[in-house]
Design a protein around this ligand. Structure first.
Ligand SMILES: [Zn+2]
Length: 105
């Protein structure tokens, strides 16, 4: 079984258990299953692409606003955006898993 993001159930559970807060801005994530669209604190999956790390470390949860702000930008480019500057999102403030991702890359 995979969910609508193509992520297997076991992996989704592992990632959801680990990331209760946005890996970027640290707000508490909500499911909002009953709401259409993407509220800013909705839990969304973010795919990283580092083949040196296990699969589960390449999938993290972030909030709807970080996800839509980042889009397809490289993390370092995104950190320079007004959005990140305003919210103080940078390589020092992101969750450990993102720091690990950036170090390994
Ligand atoms: Zn966020």
């Amino acid at each position: 079984m995979t969910n609508s993001w193509g992520i297997p159930d076991w992996l989704e559970k592992k990632v959801r258990d680990r990331d209760k807060f946005c890996v970027y801005c640290h707000i508490e994530l909500k499911e909002h299953l009953d709401i259409k669209g993407t509220p800013k604190d909705k839990a969304t999956f973010e795919h990283l692409t580092n083949e040196n790390l296990p699969l589960e470390d390449n999938i993290v949860m972030c909030c709807g606003s970080c996800n839509s702000s980042r889009g397809a930008k490289e993390l370092l480019d995104w950190f320079n955006s007004d959005y990140c500057k305003k919210k103080n999102i940078n390589k020092e403030t992101v969750a450990e898993i993102i720091k690990k991702y950036m170090e390994e890359k």
